[in-house]
Design a protein around this ligand. Sequence first.
Ligand code: MLT
Length: 279
Amino acid sequence: MMPVHHVAVAGTSLAVHAAGSGRPLVLLHGFPLDHRMWDRQAVLAEHCHLIAPDLRGFGGSAASVATSVAELADDVAALLAALHVTEPAVVCGLSMGGYVAQHLAVRHPDRVAALVLADTRLEADTPDARAARADLAGKVGRLGPGIVAAAMIPRLLADSDAARGTPHRAAVEEALRRMILEQTVPSIQAALEALGGRPDMTAAMREVRVPTLLVVGAEDAITPPECLERAEEIMPCARLLIVPGAGHMTPLEQPAVFNAAVLEFLRHPPGALGGGGAA
Ligand code: MLT
């Protein structure tokens, strides 16, 4: 568990968990979770300055809700300024956190030295995906966050017999359930709307020339490996790792593999680490 600070940014207050020193590594959580999804990455603080915020409306952050993914990215830029982090950061985001990381690289290139995009995609929602989000938002309003846990947890984790049989499986499921149940209805509904309205980032990410590690679980049912394969094709400085035995939550499901990949990437990025994300 990393120590928590509450930082005033952009008219709200974000809870941020930070530990370690040296090169900043920002960890951006997925939907509808919070910084606790990175608990198994806390060991990375032995190598760098870990900064894991609860995004606007989630976890211990104040109740104001997100209106767009771009706003969440602006919050992260403001947070880094408020924390006096001047060195461009390695920004690692999973799924929704990956969308935020992409917007940060495009909107605030001086903040981003490198990207780790895990279990995410560059493309916008399809009309069907947007309709499914609207449907879920309605159900959350009537039934509470339990309906999101029920709908999402089976799709978040790898479904093979081998993955289901791993010793920490029950603990991972329980941690996810607890995190989802602790999020508020307005923040879940607002995030669903923001996610459904996010733009296609494909053209913008073609121009992002920072070293990028793409990671995806081989059994990811939400953003399958093809999503990251497409990203690898278009991003000039990206390399892809497909992790066996993981679904959509690769850092939780295969923490040793994920952490080793991040450390190796920090030591040997494809291209030199530097500031100024977009070319
Ligand atoms: C996430 O894990 O953050 C979500 O699955 C993202 C999404 O629904 O697009």
